[in-house]
Every structure is written in C-alpha cells, then in structure tokens.
Design a protein around this ligand. Structure first.
Ligand code: COA
Length: 166
C-alpha cells in the first residue's frame, strides 16, 4: 500500500455532483436500479457520515455516503455507496473512509451498521454476514454484512430491510 496524503471532510452541497460523477465512474451503469437505492429514496442521508477523501491538491480520491434503514423495529446505518477513483485504488483510501465512518457513528451513538458488499473485503473492518437480515431481492444473502458498534447490537435484529421513512 502506498503512503498517500489524504484529507477527509464532511461532504458539502458543492461536492454533490463531483461525488455523483465518481460513483458513475466506479459503478456499473444503472447503479440506481440496485435495491439499496430504493431504500434511500425519499430519505435524507446521515450528513456526518457522508465524507469525501481528497488528495493534497484537492482532487477527489474517494467518497462515502450512509443512510438510515429499518430492520423490523430497529434502525441501522446502511453504509454506501463507497467508491475510490480507479487511479487511487489500493492505497487505503476506502479503509480510511470506512474507519472514519465507524468512529463517527460510534461517537454519534449509532448501535449498528450494515452494507451489501464482498465479505472478503469488509471482514477486515469487522463486518460479518447477517443471516437473519434480508435485503429486498435480488440481493445475494452472502453479501448482506453487519457490524455491531456496541456489544450485542445485532442480537435479535432480524427481518426485511426497509426504508427508514416515518
Ligand atoms: C472497493 C473499493 C471501494 C476499495 O477501495 P480501495 O481504496 O482500493 O480499498 P483499500 O485500499 O482500502 O483496500 C485495498 C485492498 O482491498 C482489496 N479489495 C478491494 N476490493 C475487494 C473486493 N471486492 N474483495 C476482496 N478484496 C478487495 C484489494 O485487493 C486490496 O488488498 P490488499 O490490501 O491486500 O492489497 C474500490 O475498489 C472501488 O471503488 N471499487 C468500485 C466501487 C465498488 O465496488 N464499491 C464497493 C461497493 S460494495
């Protein structure tokens, strides 16, 4: 892994389109057709957990956004989208963003966090499969992962993931 000077900051309204362009570049076309996007519609992201990663010249290297979702009666964070520019991948930028999200979420009193992604990557941060939690189809259950931000926070939490709309 290279040593990279990276500055993390909360995403601002001025960052919005640049972050969207990064996601368009990094994800397959039609990313908004994914079931996770249905969970985000009409729900505000968790502002302190939306972050940009810029290099020393201010160039956007990566970004993450997080939304609240509901699993049964319990609210959890749904991490993502997260993406790192192809020229900056493998330098630990996503690791910085994920660890910053986990730290900020704990500070803000969140109890649990989940995502849909590759276990071989996310297990290094402590994410594990959530067999009792179902994403709307057609999500592969092996990609539904969670991490307890305080002890036992996923115990007894089960069911379908739904939008956290009031
Ligand atoms: C996945 C992604 C965010 C990782 O960003 P990154 O800054 O390169 O990640 P890091 O530098 O923190 O970690 C790199 C390490 O993770 C590994 N890794 C990356 N993606 C992986 C995956 N899908 N499965 C397993 N390992 C993976 C790399 O091989 C590398 O391993 P190493 O540390 O042994 O060299 C980035 O590749 C990306 O933007 N991909 C396209 C968008 C995407 O898939 N987002 C995630 C959706 S769940």
């Amino acid at each position: 892994m290279q040593q990279t000077q990276i500055h993390l900051a909360p995403e601002t309204p001025d960052d919005w389109w640049e972050v969207e362009a990064l996601y368009d570049l990094c994800f397959a076309p039609g990313r908004s057709a994914l079931s996770s996007y249905r969970l985000r519609e009409g729900v505000d992201p968790i502002a302190p957990l939306c972050m940009t990663a810029r290099d020393k010249d201010g160039v956007l290297a990566g970004a993450v956004r997080n939304w609240p979702v509901r699993v049964g009666q319990d609210v959890t964070i749904l991490l993502g989208p997260i993406a790192v520019h192809p020229t900056r991948q493998g330098e630990g930028v996503a690791g910085l963003l994920i660890r910053a999200c986990l730290a900020q979420a704990r500070t803000d009193g969140w109890e649990r966090i989940m995502l849909v992604g590759d276990a071989p990557y996310y297990r290094r941060f402590g994410f594990q499969q959530l067999p009792a939690v179902r994403m709307p189809p057609p999500t592969n259950p092996e990609r539904v992962l969670g991490l307890a931000l305080c002890e036992g926070a996923w115990e007894g939490v089960s069911g379908l993931v739904e939008p956290a709309r009031d």
